[in-house]
Design a protein around this ligand. Structure first.
Ligand SMILES: [Zn+2]
Length: 50
């Protein structure tokens, strides 16, 4: 079930939560970014999810 969570700060696309899986990331300042933009900017985010 898709539930709209908010709007991507970068592209303005609605980000959904799909059955508990968020289709994006919530940033430290509580803004929302879709997975597409997140992947493009991944190198700018210090993250260790591997
Ligand atoms: Zn986006």
């Amino acid at each position: 079930m898709l539930e709209p969570v908010g709007v991507c700060v970068d592209c303005g696309k609605t980000v959904y939560c799909d059955g508990g899986f968020l289709g994006g990331v919530i940033l430290e300042d509580h803004t929302l970014r879709c997975s597409d933009c997140h992947h493009e900017r991944k190198e700018t985010i210090s993250e260790s999810t591997t």
